[in-house]
Design a binder for this molecule. Structure first.
Ligand code: 2P0
Length: 328
C-alpha cells in the first residue's frame, strides 16, 4: 500500500530577527523572534511512503535536491520515523513558487511543509506546537511558518525539550502588506547557518546583538498587540539593521548596491509621509512593511529603484494546511 500526505505552507518574514544559536546541536536560537506569515510565496510538499522504496528521495522544484538538502530532509524524516516506530522510506517532492535559497525564506516554508507532511504521513498524533518544534530542529525560522498571522519563537528550551512557535496575533490584526523587492534571482552567497556561526565567532558586535535583540523583540511585540504600526515599523527596521551590523562586522555581507538603494528609497518614502519600513534577511532582497493604504504607491516607487527586478506583494496569511491525504 502507498500512503501520501501533501502539506502547504507559506514563507514568513521576521520583523524581530533571529540571528545566532544558543545551542547549535539542538538548534535553539540565541534570541527570540517575531514574524509575519505571508499569503502567496508557497511551498507544497508531498511525501509518499511506498513498499518499493529502499532509500529516501527528495525532488525540489522538479530536480533531484542537492546533497545537503537531501541530508537535512533525511534527518527530519529519521526523527519522525523514530517517534512513529516506522522504517518506511519516503519519496519527497517539493515545489516553491518563489526563488529558493536566496534569502526569501524558502527553508522556512520548506521545512515547515516537510514537518507537517511527515508528521501526517507517518500518522503521528502531534500538536502543532510539537510539529513546529520538529521544524525548528531543522531550521529555526521554519517553526514560525507552521502558524499563520503574527508568530513568535522563543529561545528558552523548556524542560520538555519541546520549543515550538506560537501565534501572537491573527493575520487580520494589523492591516499591512509586505512588498518583497527581489534584487537577485541567484542563490545567496553565505547560507544563514554559516553566517550565524561566523557572526558568533568573529563579530565584535555579536554580544551586543544578543543582549539587545530580546529588548527589541519585547517592544515590537507590545507595539504589535497595541496595533501601533509606527512602532512596529521602526522596530522592524531597527532589528534588521542591528542584525546586519553584527553580521557585517564579521565580514558576513548580504547587502548589495541594489539593497542599499532600495533601503534608501524606503527611508525617503517615509520622510514623505508613507507608512513604510524596510527589512532584510540573509540575502540581498529588501522587504517593505507597509500599511495597506500606502501599498500601491510604495510598490510603484520600489519598482523604479535601479537593481530591483520585480516586486511581490503579500498580505499576512495562513499557517500550514494538509491539502491531500490518501492511500492506494
Ligand atoms: C529570521 N533568518 O528570523 C532570520 C533573519 C535570516 C535572517 O531565520 O540555521 O534558515 O536553519 O536555523 O532559519 C534564516 O535562518 O537558520 C533566518 P537555521 P534559518 O527569519
Amino acid at each position: 500500500m502507498t500512503r501520501r500526505s501533501v502539506a502547504q505552507t507559506h514563507a514568513n518574514i521576521a520583523l524581530a530577527k533571529y540571528w545566532g544559536k544558543r545551542d547549535v546541536a539542538a538548534n535553539v536560537p540565541a534570541v527570540p523572534s517575531l514574524s509575519v506569515t505571508l499569503e502567496g510565496m508557497r511551498t507544497i510538499t508531498s511525501i509518499e511512503l511506498a513498499p518499493d522504496l529502499t532509500a529516501d528521495t527528495f525532488e525540489l522544484n522538479g530536480e533531484p535536491a542537492p546533497a545537503l538538502a537531501l541530508e537535512r530532509t533525511v534527518t527530519l524524516l529519521d526523527r519522525v520515523r523514530a517517534a512513529a516506530g516506522s522504517a518506511d522510506k519516503a519519496r519527497v517532492v517539493s515545489h516553491n513558487d518563489f526563488p529558493t535559497s536566496s534569502g526569501l525564506a524558502s527553508s522556512a516554508s520548506g521545512f515547515a511543509a516537510l514537518a507537517v507532511a511527515a508528521a501526517h504521513v507517518y500518522a503521528l498524533d502531534w500538536s502543532l506546537e510539537r510539529v513546529s518544534d520538529l521544524a525548528r530542529r531543522s531550521s529555526a525560522s521554519a517553526a514560525r511558518s507552521v502558524f499563520g498571522g503574527f508568530v513568535e519563537l522563543g529561545c528558552d528550551l523548556p524542560a520538555s525539550g519541546v520549543l515550538g512557535a506560537s501565534v501572537v496575533a491573527p493575520a487580520d490584526h494589523l492591516d499591512v502588506r509586505v512588498l518583497v523587492c527581489v534584487t537577485s534571482e541567484g542563490a545567496k552567497a553565505v547560507a544563514s547557518t554559516d553566517g550565524m556561526r561566523r557572526t558568533a565567532e568573529r563579530s565584535p558586535y555579536y554580544a551586543a546583538w544578543v543582549e539587545r535583540a530580546p529588548v527589541m523583540f519585547s517592544s515590537l511585540k507590545a507595539a504589535l498587540l497595541a496595533r501601533d504600526l509606527e512602532q512596529v515599523g521602526e522596530l522592524t527596521e531597527a532589528s534588521a539593521l542591528a542584525m546586519h551590523a553584527s553580521a557585517m562586522a564579521a565580514a558576513v555581507v548580504y547587502v548589495t548596491g541594489a539593497t542599499l538603494q532600495a533601503l534608501a528609497q524606503v527611508r525617503e518614502l517615509r520622510a514623505r509621509g508613507y507608512a513604510a519600513w524596510a527589512t532584510m534577511d540573509a540575502g540581498p532582497h529588501v522587504k517593505v512593511l507597509v500599511s495597506a493604504a500606502d501599498a500601491a504607491a510604495v510598490r510603484a516607487a520600489m519598482v523604479e529603484v535601479p537593481g530591483v527586478l520585480r516586486v511581490l506583494e503579500a498580505r499576512p496569511g495562513h499557517g500550514a494546511t494538509v491539502v491531500a491525504d490518501d492511500a492506494s
